[in-house]
Design a protein around this ligand. Structure first.
Ligand code: ASP
Ligand code: MG
Length: 417
């Protein structure tokens, strides 16, 4: 069994969907599960619908939803002839599911409504693609993943019930006679309420399927060549990493590289299932393989994170920054769901580098203000280099003002202005 995942960028136009069909066609004769995201920026657009609805702007929510409906209908019209009516009837049922809700008044919390609305993106995209494949002669079975992935009711960041999910996925794939097409990112509670697994969660869904099915591999098809050693938008001479370890990817993601959703790695690593990242525009390219093998001689891996804030905490009464204030501080991090990107302690002071989410920084400053004098500087950039070369960090930050530097044998980080 192989698992494929196609992201939003691989299904955001008629041509790209045709390219997906071309790839599936080449693999359709061996057991295959295909996980697909919502088309392009649909999830962002659906978020706006949920927000308008919750703010009481019902007509605006319906208007915004109409735009999304029309985009999908247009795509379906371009792609389908013989299977259009069948697809239209499925899309219409899905539209109704949302519109029915939008005509209500919100009485539950926002996250609940968010999931009921946003989940539709993946259902629409997979419905169109499944019908298109049928029409192109590629038999497949469309499944509503909400019947398979059982979660708790932690809306917007739901946790999977592995026992029930395993049973359902095994059953459904055993019954399927053709490649299965289903949705990433979404699930459902035992009360049939839709849930989502966190933004960009389709990679994770694919990894869950691969784990449960003991897949021989997971392939994530993207619009890039594979995993690069730096973001090509920031560094045009970025190079492809042909082979890297799960550990390396987790580290890269931790330092802010936008590679693979970090939750994706554990289900694969635990069963030693290799992850291929390949370019759907040119499947003949080798791409990147991520596995338990430790790759030697990696080039420097560079991550630039903008929008950083540096917070200085200085003990008010000159007491040491010892265990008690530190453990209080960590409690505040947990409460506010904050992970500092860098932390350096001194005798009576402490410096933290954080992503600049203004509201959280303010809350943290207020909470820490009981014990410390607090000052904050914003608009900074954090450079991280793994497997760095001597002098590389200084070279890359020449002309800038470094504010905080940390270095281990493997990694150097410079926060600069
Ligand atoms: N469509 C969802 C999102 O944009 C899930 C995903 O793409 O992985 O976050
Ligand atoms: Mg996506």
């Amino acid at each position: 069994m192989k698992v494929f995942k196609f992201g939003g960028a691989s299904v955001n136009s008629v041509d790209r969907i045709k390219q997906v069909a071309h790839i599936v066609d080449q693999h359709k004769d061996s057991p295959l599960v295909i996980i697909i995201s919502a088309m392009g920026k649909t999830t962002n657009a659906l978020e706006k619908v949920a927000e308008a609805f919750y703010a009481g702007a019902q007509q605006q929510a319906l208007d915004l939803f109409n735009v999304i409906k029309n985009q999908h209908l247009t795509t379906a019209k371009y792609l389908l002839v013989t299977h259009f009516n069948e697809c239209l009837s499925q899309l219409t049922d899905l539209f109704t599911e949302v519109e029915w809700l939008l005509h209500d008044k919100p009485v539950r919390n926002f996250d609940y409504y968010y999931d009921q609305v946003v989940c539709i993106g993946e259902l629409l995209s997979t419905s169109i693609i499944s019908h298109y494949l049928q029409e192109a002669g590629i038999a497949n079975e469309w499944l509503d993943v909400r019947d398979l992935i059982r979660t708790d009711n932690h809306f917007r960041n739901a946790n999977i019930d592995w026992a029930i999910t395993t049973e359902k996925i095994l059953q459904a794939t055993e019954d399927a006679g053709a490649p299965v097409i289903t949705q990433g990112f979404i699930g459902s509670t035992d009360e049939n309420e839709s849930t989502t697994l966190g933004r960009e969660g389709s990679d994770y869904t694919a990894a869950v399927f691969a784990n449960i099915l003991d897949a021989e591999s997971l392939t994530i098809w993207k619009d890039v060549e594979g995993v690069m050693n730096a973001d090509p938008k920031q560094f045009p001479d970025a190079q492809l990493l042909q082979s890297i370890s799960f550990t390396e990817v987790i580290e890269m993601a931790y330092y802010g590289a936008q590679v693979i959703h970090p939750k994706t790695i554990k289900p694969l690593q635990n069963k030693g299932i290799p992850l291929y990242v390949k370019c759907f525009l040119d499947p003949s390219l080798a791409g990147t393989v991520i596995s338990n093998k430790h790759a030697k001689n990696l080039p420097p891996i560079i991550v630039l994170k903008e929008n950083q804030a540096l917070m200085h905490l200085h003990s008010q009464d000159f007491s040491f920054v010892g265990e008690q204030p530190m453990s209080n501080l960590y409690k505040i991090f947990a409460q506010l769901n904050i992970t500092p990107n860098l932390l350096q302690t001194g005798a009576v002071s402490l410096q933290l580098c954080l992503d600049d989410h203004s509201d959280k920084i303010e809350q943290l400053a207020a909470a820490a203000g009981a014990t410390f004098d607090v000052s904050v500087e914003k608009g900074l950039t954090l450079l991280t280099i793994r497997h760095y070369k001597a002098g590389q960090a200084a070279e890359m930050t020449a002309g800038k003002t470094p504010l905080l530097i940390q270095q281990t044998q493997e990694t150097v980080q410079v926060l600069f202005r």
